[in-house]
Design a protein around this ligand. Structure first.
Ligand code: SAJ
Length: 416
């Protein structure tokens, strides 16, 4: 049974460690957060993902997954630590470099080192490989180095870890092949081999593509709003074209990926990336656009109360990182509005425990996150407890056509 060390037990590292343990590997998950390790040892996981807890409890009871603050000897090392953006939006690789440094004393002939963390192009060759060589390793000869970006979608991580196609960049062909052998042992998706820098850039392009696509519909939302055209209908109709696949506008783009990764391309070639940079700016401006719309909707009301539904950066998860919803709530509070929040997925922020409690005497329900719980609410019934029966659905989750709640004025990005 091969031994795998997974460095970093966050959104990617923990599910990866669990999946590997369930697929025939002896796994040690390493993290410097001692409190997190203690909680994991006690059987508590900090990530809300379908099927993760079940699988976690199973591999723990079978003693296939251990935790440690320090790496130890192993066959395969995976680095899945976060790479946040610095204040100037460039990539802070400190976690990755510290992880590499901490495994240096453990590396042995024949080991495979895989980087899964998202990093700027050329980082493996220009920063990580030299670190390994300075420690005396002959990369490509007695140590195999590969970059295999994670591609899983928060909210569906466990399934996607098994079925998604993977791109593997190797320092040499042999490095990529060694990594492919490993991923092929549990992956149902297709594996494509390439070199390090191509795989690094591929990862960034994927998230940038999505960010630019969303920026396009968000910009279109502003334009249509100005011209009095229903942008949601325009997008729906345009998507009937066989080669058009527009995403949905919303209150902004959050999370630790789309809102961050495109800048890792910009930092490498700023003068060559105007489109990528502008797309980021368009998406980053959406919270202010929503705040402006809210101000217009409640203008003239006496001390308006707003009930915000959803704080996380997208539906059905509890992740607050870069969340546009959170930014909107902060802005509205700064503007002096009375705000109550309800998010059944976010426990870290004190809010209301139920929708009726949040909307009591409210003048507006502001839907900022597309949680399933919000889709299935009876808004007509909720309106009975409101002062003004007004809903602003920025995620377009309430079907306007089959509007059964006649008393409510339903606003969305297409008519507001
Ligand atoms: N969003 C929109 N409109 C849409 C789709 C998304 O406004 O039509 C917003 C969401 O509300 C959210 C943000 O974009 O605030 C990002 O959400 P997401 O679901 O698009 O993506 P992430 O950040 O959760 O995960 C992405 C995925 N990348 C791609 O789909 C190309 C995932 O596969 C990556 O593994 C992940 O980034 C990552 O870790 O890099």
């Amino acid at each position: 049974m091969k031994q795998v060390i997974v460095m970093g037990l966050g959104y990617i590292g923990l599910p990866t460690a669990v999946i590997l343990a369930a697929n025939g590997y002896r796994v040690t998950g390493v993290d410097r957060d001692i409190k997190l390790l203690q909680e994991l040892e006690q059987g508590k996981i900090h990530i809300e993902e379908p099927n993760l807890n079940l699988l976690f409890q199973q591999v723990r009871s079978e003693k296939k997954l251990r935790f440690s603050p320090q790496p130890e000897n192993a066959d395969i090392f995976i680095i899945a630590v976060p790479t946040p953006a610095r204040a100037d939006k460039s990539c802070d690789m400190t976690n990755v470099l510290q992880a590499v440094e901490s495994i240096l004393p453990q590396l042995q002939t024949g080991n495979l080192l895989i980087i899964e963390s998202t990093i700027p192009p050329l980082s493996c060759e220009e920063i990580i490989k030299p670190l390994l060589e300075e420690a005396g390793h002959k990369v490509g000869e007695n140590l195999f180095l590969a970059f295999c970006p994670e591609r899983v979608l928060p909210g569906d991580i466990v399934r996607e870890l098994l079925v998604n196609n993977r791109v593997i960049g190797g320092f040499t062909r042999r490095c990529a092949q060694e990594a492919a052998k490993f991923y092929g042992s549990f992956l149902q998706g297709e594996i494509s081999l390439s070199d390090l820098k191509t795989a690094e850039m591929t990862k960034l392009l994927e998230n940038t593509f999505r960010d630019v696509n969303i920026a396009l519909v968000n910009e279109m939302t502003r334009i249509c709003s100005h011209l009095g055209i229903d942008v949601l209908e325009v997008i729906r109709l345009a998507n009937k074209h066989p080669r058009v696949k527009l995403l949905q506008p919303g209150p902004g783009v959050g999370g630790h990926c789309l809102a961050v990764d495109p800048y890792f391309i910009v930092e490498k070639a700023p003068s060559l990336a105007p489109l990528i940079k502008t797309a980021r700016e368009v998406n980053a401006s959406m919270p202010a656009f929503i705040v402006e719309k809210v101000q217009n909707l409640v203008a003239g009301m006496d001390k308006p109360h707003i009930a915000v539904f959803g704080l996380s950066y997208k539906g059905n998860i509890g992740d607050l990182r870069e969340s546009p919803a959170w930014e909107i709530v902060k802005s509205l509070r700064q503007e002096g509005y009375s705000i109550k929040v309800f998010d059944p997925h976010v426990r870290s922020v004190s809010g209301e425990n139920s929708a009726p409690a949040a909307v009591k005497d409210a003048d507006l329900i502001l839907i900022l996150t597309e949680h399933d719980e919000f889709r299935h609410l009876d808004y007509d019934e909720l309106a009975a407890g409101m002062r003004t029966p007004l809903v602003f659905d920025t995620r377009n989750i309430i079907p306007a056509r089959a509007n059964p709640f006649s008393r409510i004025r339903l606003c969305h990005l297409g008519n507001t």
